[in-house]
Every structure is written in structure tokens, then in C-alpha cells.
Ligand binder design. Structure first.
Ligand SMILES: NC(=O)c1ccc[n+]([C@@H]2O[C@H](COP(=O)([O-])OP(=O)(O)OC[C@H]3O[C@@H](n4cnc5c(N)ncnc54)[C@H](OP(=O)(O)O)[C@@H]3O)[C@@H](O)[C@H]2O)c1
Length: 313
């Protein structure tokens, strides 16, 4: 134990951090131990991590002193924020700031920050193809994370640029919808462009590969995806695996933004970025590097095979 490196995993009860926590716990001779950071140590997920061998500690991203304790004595930390809990770019930045303050105080040797690109850099300020949200952001949950990148400067950090989770099909209500004639429609404002997607569990597994690589990725930006596929192609693959007919329907981003569900404007802007800046978004991510860092990286077909029973139809 003493010679094993302790990783404080923020979000260990969630998708990204959970992937990392399990990667550490599933590899007992790998040289790392997992400290799961959660607000709710008594929760079922936290208790399951404890039973699997993790140390579980209580901390809140809004409370820097709790993070200082959670990071104290650790070799490294995995840092992630959850925009979708509060929908606030400013809060996301404040939480990232708290993690960097705590990481400095703890003198960590390696920090991984789960981030995304600043979509504002892709468009001139006067470009009116999409609205600004929360006053100054194009895609707040991207732009806020990118702004927070600068807080990590000076720390031994790896910037991990993630991709759209395929798991959104069952966790985020983004699966195909059944019509009155029994066929399924899958609506996105993505035109015929490729979506950079990934199994959410693979993000944490890549993070584990980064920690295992030692200093090789410190100071680097690592953009990852599982596969780059058009929605047409994904609908075809899903149809085949599920034995139903799913038709991808491309809509305009303005129409998507007006759908009215919470976050529709945010997701409309995000998919429009994916569509209008396919080259830049795809170019910032690599499935090859992701599979070097995580040799069990899932393809979309493999993800469907593993998770299809969870997709509500
Ligand atoms: N969905 C996608 O396609 C996608 C793609 C790329 C990036 N992302 C980003 O992923 C992030 C969310 O990560 P996820 O999907 O892994 O989360 P998740 O599965 O929804 O779980 C959220 C995790 O964050 C922890 N957490 C939230 N607020 C916290 C706080 N105040 N203090 C301490 N812990 C807190 C929760 O821990 P406890 O509840 O146990 O405290 C939980 O472990 C978002 O910011 C999103 O923008 C999502």
C-alpha cells in the first residue's frame, strides 16, 4: 500500500470518475489506490466503491477546505465538474478553481482536468449563427471548462478533452423516439457530419492510462474519442443491433434550440458546433491515442452490444 500512488477521484460515483475508480480497483497490482471523493459517502454508489476496495472521503466542490482534505497526501487527482447539475458556467469555473487551489496546497504530482474546447474561438464575436448563452458563452459547458484550463497552469496537469457519451442515449433522454406508426426517429441538428463519440466508462480508463504513463502526459492536452460516425451510420448500426427501424432526422439547430426541454439551447449550440466545425472538433480528438491509453476502448458497435438493454424504446 505504502508504495502505491493514491489518486483522489472527483466524480468517482459518476460516469467519468467511476470509469477511473473501477480501472484502479480492477488492477490491484497496477501501483495505484483509489480515494473516491463524494458528497454522499453513505450513498449506494459510494458504498459499492468502498466494498470494492476504495477509500471513500466526503468533499464538496463548493467547499475548498473539504477538497484540501480530500487531496491531502495524494499523488494525483482526477478533476471533473458536473455542469448538468446546476447549468451554470460561473459555478463550474468556481468549482474548478477550488480544485486547483486544493491541488496546489496538497502539492500533487499529477492532476488530470476533464475539459472541453472554447467554442467561442471557432466563431468571430459578431457571428450570429447561434445565440450567446449566459451572456458570453456559445456552449457554456464547453467554454467554462476551457476558461478553467488557465487555473491549472503551473500545476503538473494533463488536459483531457472528452467526447459526447454514447451513454446519453439512456442517461440523457437522447435516444430514438417511437412514432405512431411504430418506427423510430432520431433527431439531431448534425446534418451529415460525424459525431465524436465515446463510451463514458472509457474516459476514466484513458485517465488511468495517463496516470500510469507517469510524466509523459504532464503539460499535454489529450483529446479522445471512441469513434467518429455520422448519425445516419449510427442509426443504421443501432437499427441492426436492436432489430428495429431507426431513422435519423436532421433538423436545423434553430429548430432544436426551440424544443424547450431544459438545456435545449445549450445542446442546440453544441450540436451546431459539431456540425459546422466538424473538422476542428474531430481533429482535436484521437481514437488511436485513446486506444493506446486504454486498450479496451469500445467501438460504437461494442458499446451497443454492452449497453443496448438500457436504451429505452
Ligand atoms: N454527457 C456527455 O456526453 C459529456 C461529454 C463530455 C463531457 N461531459 C461533462 O461531464 C461532466 C459530468 O461528468 P459525469 O458525466 O462523469 O458526471 P455524472 O455521471 O453525472 O456524475 C456527477 C459526479 O459529479 C460529482 N459531483 C457533482 N457535484 C459535486 C460537488 N459539488 N462536489 C463533489 N462532487 C460532485 C458527483 O458526486 P456525488 O453526487 O457522489 O457527490 C458524481 O460523482 C459535465 O460537466 C459534462 O459537461 C459530458
Amino acid at each position: 500500500m505504502a508504495d502505491r500512488k493514491l489518486i483522489a477521484v472527483v466524480g468517482a460515483t459518476g460516469a467519468q470518475g467511476g470509469g477511473l475508480a473501477h480501472a484502479i480497483l480492477d488492477d490491484p497490482t497496477g501501483g495505484f489506490v483509489c480515494r473516491a471523493v463524494t458528497r454522499h459517502p453513505a450513498s449506494e454508489k459510494a458504498q459499492a466503491l468502498k466494498s470494492a476496495g476504495a477509500e471513500v472521503v466526503q468533499a464538496d466542490l463548493d467547499d475548498v477546505s473539504s477538497l484540501e482534505e480530500a487531496f491531502s497526501g495524494a499523488y494525483g487527482a482526477f478533476c471533473v465538474t458536473n455542469f448538468w447539475e446546476h447549468f451554470s458556467a460561473e459555478k463550474e469555473k468556481a468549482q474548478a478553481r477550488n480544485m486547483t487551489d486544493a491541488a496546489r496546497k496538497a502539492g500533487l504530482s499529477h492532476v488530470i482536468w476533464s475539459t472541453l474546447e472554447d467554442t467561442r474561438k471557432l466563431m468571430a464575436p459578431g457571428d450570429n449563427r447561434m445565440p450567446f448563452l449566459q451572456e458570453k458563452y456559445r456552449v457554456p459547458h464547453f467554454d467554462a471548462k476551457a476558461e478553467a484550463d488557465s487555473y491549472f497552469a503551473g500545476l503538473p496537469v494533463t488536459y483531457l478533452v472528452t467526447s459526447f457519451y454514447w451513454d446519453n442515449l439512456y442517461t440523457f433522454g437522447l435516444g430514438p423516439k417511437k412514432g405512431e406508426d411504430g418506427s423510430y426517429t432520431w433527431v439531431f441538428p448534425m446534418g451529415d457530419k460525424r459525431l465524436a463519440g465515446i463510451a463514458s466508462e472509457d474516459i476514466g480508463k484513458v485517465a488511468y492510462g495517463i496516470f500510469k504513463a507517469g510524466p509523459a502526459y504532464i503539460g499535454k492536452t489529450v483529446g479522445i474519442a471512441g469513434e467518429f460516425l455520422t448519425l445516419d451510420r449510427m442509426a443504421f448500426m443501432l437499427s441492426k443491433a436492436l432489430g428495429i427501424r431507426i431513422k435519423y432526422q436532421a433538423v436545423e439547430p434553430d429548430a432544436y434550440r426551440s424544443f424547450g426541454f431544459p438545456g435545449a439551447d445549450e445542446l442546440g449550440n453544441m450540436f451546431q458546433v459539431y456540425r459546422d466545425f466538424e473538422k476542428e472538433v474531430v481533429g482535436a480528438r484521437s481514437a488511436d491515442l485513446a486506444s493506446v491509453l486504454n486498450p479496451s476502448l469500445l467501438t460504437f458497435d461494442e458499446w451497443i452490444g454492452k449497453y443496448k438493454s438500457r436504451i429505452p424504446l
